[in-house]
Design a protein around this ligand. Sequence first.
Ligand SMILES: NC(=O)c1ccc[n+]([C@@H]2O[C@H](COP(=O)([O-])OP(=O)(O)OC[C@H]3O[C@@H](n4cnc5c(N)ncnc54)[C@H](OP(=O)(O)O)[C@@H]3O)[C@@H](O)[C@H]2O)c1
Length: 275
Amino acid sequence: MKVCVFGANGYVGASVYQQLHHTDTDEVVGTYLQEPAILEGLYKLDVNEPESFSNFYKKENPDVVVWTVMSGPNEHKLTDQGLIHLITHLTPQTKLVYISSDFVFSDGNGPYEEDDPLSNLPDDHSFSNYANGKVKAERLIDNELTNYIILRAGPIYGENGIGKLDERTDQLSYHLRSGNPIEFRDDLIRTFVHIDDLTKAIDVMVHNDVTGVYHVGPEEKQSFYEFMKQMAKQMGYDDRLVKKGSEIEKVDTEIPKNTSLITEKIKDVVSIEFK
Ligand SMILES: NC(=O)c1ccc[n+]([C@@H]2O[C@H](COP(=O)([O-])OP(=O)(O)OC[C@H]3O[C@@H](n4cnc5c(N)ncnc54)[C@H](OP(=O)(O)O)[C@@H]3O)[C@@H](O)[C@H]2O)c1
């Protein structure tokens, strides 16, 4: 079986690309965009560039595609261009594993089940490009394809398969190492998922016949403050340096309060003890 990981230079993509190489029976290819490529053997490709996308895809012709590209403020472009290029090339036999986000529930009244309605942020909101880009992508996939998995994740943390730490924990550790306090909000509730668990779940989804939408992560829901305090302790720092951040925000930058995920459904498909 041939698997293609788009975005294999990224935090999630690199872990997935590494993990899939452990299986001898699969051929794994991956793409990157910005130099330098962290891993060997990746192909340089801008997924938004139609001609090079088409040439690459036709040459590789994978059985499974794992889509881990992300471009925060340009997420809409990635959906309107890159994802559409992909969808026009996929055959009904090719499975798509798309990594989505709890940001698709931007009204913030979680915890959410897989079937709960998606919501958009107002266009002028600072996170609207990312959140609404993800909503648009999920709707496109659901309308156009049948052979797909959408895996929705909350904040992803931990050291990935190539030793890279997520940005939030990296920032936490930087502050605590220098003995500086750092603040996190106690009113923003999320389902935090460890990169190893997410990577294993993607590996299972690549290799089975299951399709549909799944929330990935543990049952536990925590605020950023609770989670970061726990991380500080785990890393051996003084957790008293982790303080509660202000909950006062301007309306146009208000962050969705509770986008935690109900993660029961995935337990029927993967036997992972989520951390
Ligand atoms: N990190 C989280 O906490 C989190 C939480 C929930 C969901 N997710 C989802 O997980 C997925 C992976 O996120 P991540 O944290 O791994 O992001 P990331 O580290 O920023 O990786 C994204 C990758 O996308 C590639 N990329 C961006 N624009 C591209 C383009 N036009 N053409 C080709 N490649 C392009 C980048 O390649 P280069 O590095 O080569 O430039 C980058 O490596 C995303 O779908 C994201 O929405 C992440």
